[in-house]
Design a protein around this ligand. Structure first.
Ligand SMILES: *Cc1c(COP(=O)(O)O)cnc(C)c1O
Length: 380
């Protein structure tokens, strides 16, 4: 069933990268041309320049450009020597890459359920999952909000376990006044096009304050070699392209203004959901516990979630479910799979969550259309 919100037909995609590109095209094309003229495509000066800019932005001493967010996680696990028999603690409510990288190292994922209000790891359950085999903790700053990092870091220090922040969705996010990425031993970021800082293809970066880890990561991303053809450690090809670095460098200058728009859109939705009465009765808007939340996604919990999603789609509002199946239930986990019921908060989130369009270029008509459609769905 569709309804007319107004005379004009409003449609709201989940993300509109073409709209964003139109605003930066004139700045992007010259730097692309520069890289093409230089014919210097792999690592090199553009990548180094971008690494300095990212380290600056995240407030860390070092940044190492890599080929994706997934490879940032994998290279970090390699740098800390994680392998078979080792346990790595993370959350079952995340994008697959967090867990996939643990499995690819032959290590065992150990899950800690999430908090209902933030969808992030429930720190009160962390201590009892630590064993002598625990070799790393990967907190995930899901949807753009920081994990409660102080207790994580304190526990990790006490047990001498490295903390690998999965910061793929949260560039620019802050925890008690500090940017994420420098809170743990390393921070892993993704430049997948739909992330808040998206490249024109795959890319990622690892931030750290530790000079030894930074040096090791530089080797690991480049076939484990510091001097050409001499391979002291096992690495792979995890390099960032100069073209991506040049493009991302241009986009980084706009990131804070885009982030502020995402935050304003989020505040608008939340205010309107309460004003219209859909919250808290039918919809639970996302809760901001740690500023600053950068809203890579604006995720509500919704009654009759699947019907609402269909209704919105019929009314040209595109939404997404992050994530429909928690990690402990995924087929490819094999022997590490756990029964349904093992992590009830993650399991119930999987059946209730819905991500609404939150991208910076949304206009007021589009936001109002989303609000009116949700109001119509519950109150008709
Ligand atoms: C996107 C994402 C990744 C992986 O990043 P890619 O660049 O796509 O490899 C890892 N973890 C989380 C939480 C993500 O959202």
């Amino acid at each position: 069933m569709t309804f007319r919100n107004s005379e004009q037909i409003v449609s709201v995609p989940l993300l509109d990268l073409k709209a964003q590109y139109q605003t930066i095209r004139n700045d992007i094309l010259p730097v692309v041309e520069q890289v093409l003229d230089s014919q210097y495509f792999i690592l090199g000066p553009e990548v180094e320049k971008f690494e300095h800019a990212i380290a600056d932005y995240c407030g860390t001493r070092f940044a190492i450009g890599v080929s994706s967010g997934t490879d940032a996680l994998l290279a970090s696990l390699m740098a800390f020597g994680i392998g078979p028999g080792d346990e790595v603690i993370t959350t079952p409510f995340t994008f697959f890459a967090t867990v996939g990288s643990i499995l690819r190292q032959g290590a065992t994922p150990v899950f800690v359920d999430i908090e209902k209000n933030t969808f992030n790891m429930d720190i009160s359950k962390l201590a009892k999952t630590i064993t002598p085999k625990t070799k790393a903790i990967i907190p995930v700053h899901l949807f753009g909000q920081s994990v409660d990092m102080r207790p994580v870091v304190d526990l990790a220090k006490k047990h001498a376990i490295p903390v690998i922040e999965d910061a793929a969705q949260a560039i620019g996010s802050e925890y008690q006044g500090t940017r994420i990425g420098g809170l743990g031993n390393v921070g892993c970021f993704s430049f997948f096009p739909s992330k808040n800082l998206g490249g024109f293809g795959d890319g990622g970066v690892i931030t750290t304050n530790d000079p030894a880890i930074a040096e090791l990561l530089k080797q690991i991303r480049n076939q484990g070699s510091a001097t050409k053809y001499f391979h002291d450690v096992l690495g792979a090809n995890f390099r960032l392209d100069a073209l991506q670095a040049a493009i991302l460098g241009v986009k980084l200058k706009r990131l804070d203004s885009w982030t502020e728009k995402r935050r304003a859109n989020a505040a608008y939705y939340t205010k309107r959901f309460f004003e219209t009465g859909v919250a808290p009765k039918y919809v639970a808007p996302p809760q901001v516990v740690f500023e600053r939340h950068v809203f890579n996604q604006y995720v509500i919990r919704a009654k009759n979630r699947d019907s609402l999603k269909n209704f919105l789609q019929e009314n040209r509002v595109i939404t997404e479910i992050y994530y429909p199946k928690p990690m402990h239930l995924q087929e490819c986990l094999g022997q590490h799979r756990m029964d349904f019921g093992s992590f009830p908060v993650s399991e119930s989130a999987a059946s209730e969550v819905l991500a609404l369009p939150i991208y910076p270029e949304l206009n007021l008509d589009q936001k109002e259309h989303v609000v009116k459609c949700i109001q119509e769905f519950y109150q008709r």
